[in-house]
Design a protein around this ligand. Structure first.
Ligand code: AMP
Ligand code: ZN
Ligand code: FE
Ligand code: FE
Length: 286
């Protein structure tokens, strides 16, 4: 069994439509794929409709959260939510709020970049976003690539869009413990995405993960492209101490990132335990 539990479609900042995403998963030889767009479930229906036979779809999302534990400085954290009820009122409302906030923030970033003479047309960028989807910095990065200013999305992040860069703007993301409670209320399972992806900015300390485990976190994403071997080893050890599930996934973003779908995978036994904990939605088999 080959299982990839973290992928993005055009409903957030990936470049595959949900149909293309599930077909890419099947072509890569996966048995299970999770669709986890940022702050939206807008891709679920199309993905289910296009599911190739033999492939199982896990319906999920990646929630944009913030942790203020430790010294109180806000640190961005991503929470993978699986198999939750997409109509649970608190979660629906919070995701809607975040999508509005994401659009406004992206527009402000685009306007600032254009004002400085960067080849960005804010109206064009905003018009290109999917209606019910989540806008993100990769949309601006792609516009810079298409304008020829940089050659890759990564280069755009390094030069302009990273959290230390001059055009970066924060968002008011969901306090992570509140998000864990909302996912639980919706019958879903919460897994902390790439907790120690240092290259993207500051990451949470061990004691924050301890607190989140106490607050109902089910697992941590250990095998992720942004984790080096030493990081994986330390995280796996901490997870074992806290009795957290450990997942692996590609965080596939289509052409927006170099990692192919299925590049990292989750142990089938861990997958079974994760599915057994959910009661909001069930896996769908094509
Ligand atoms: P946002 O949600 O707008 O804050 O943008 C975050 C998204 O940008 C995440 O989905 C990441 O996958 C992507 N991202 C963050 N850092 C980088 C980077 N250095 N290179 C490419 N993509 C990145
Ligand atoms: Zn993303
Ligand atoms: Fe993420
Ligand atoms: Fe992601």
């Amino acid at each position: 069994m080959r299982i990839d539990l973290h992928t993005h479609s055009v409903m957030s900042d990936g470049t595959d439509t949900p149909s293309e995403l599930v077909r890419a998963a099947a072509s890569a030889g996966l048995d299970v794929v999770a669709i986890t767009d940022h702050d939206t479930t807008a891709g679920w229906e199309e993905a289910v409709g296009a599911l190739p036979s033999g492939l199982t779809l896990i319906r999920g999302a990646e929630l944009s959260c913030v942790s203020t534990a430790g010294n109180g400085r806000p640190i961005s954290v991503h929470l993978l939510a699986y198999l939750f009820d997409p109509q649970a009122p608190a979660l629906v409302e919070e995701q809607r709020r975040l999508r509005v906030e994401r659009r406004e923030r992206l527009q402000r970033m685009a306007v600032r970049m254009a004002a400085d003479g960067l080849p960005i047309d804010p109206d064009e960028v905003m018009a290109s976003l999917p209606a019910d989807g989540a806008a993100g910095r990769p949309h601006l990065a792609r516009a810079l690539v298409e304008a020829g200013l940089v050659s890759t999305v990564s280069e755009a992040f390094d030069k302009y869009l990273g959290s230390g860069g001059s055009y970066y703007l924060r968002r008011a993301d969901t306090p992570v413990k509140r998000a864990i409670a909302m996912i639980a209320d919706a019958g879903g399972v919460a897994v902390l995405a790439h907790p120690w992806a240092y290259s993207r900015g500051p990451t949470v300390a061990d004691d924050v993960i301890v607190e989140l485990a106490e607050a109902g976190l089910s697992g941590v994403e250990v095998d992720h492209p942004d984790h080096d071997p030493g990081t994986r080893e330390r995280l796996r050890k901490l997870a074992a101490e806290l009795d957290l599930l450990t997942t692996g996934s590609s965080d596939y973003h289509g052409a927006n990132k170099p990692t192919p779908i299925g590049a990292e995978t989750t142990d089938p036994e861990v997958y079974e335990r994760l599915v057994a904990r959910a009661n909001g939605r069930t896996p769908v088999r094509g």
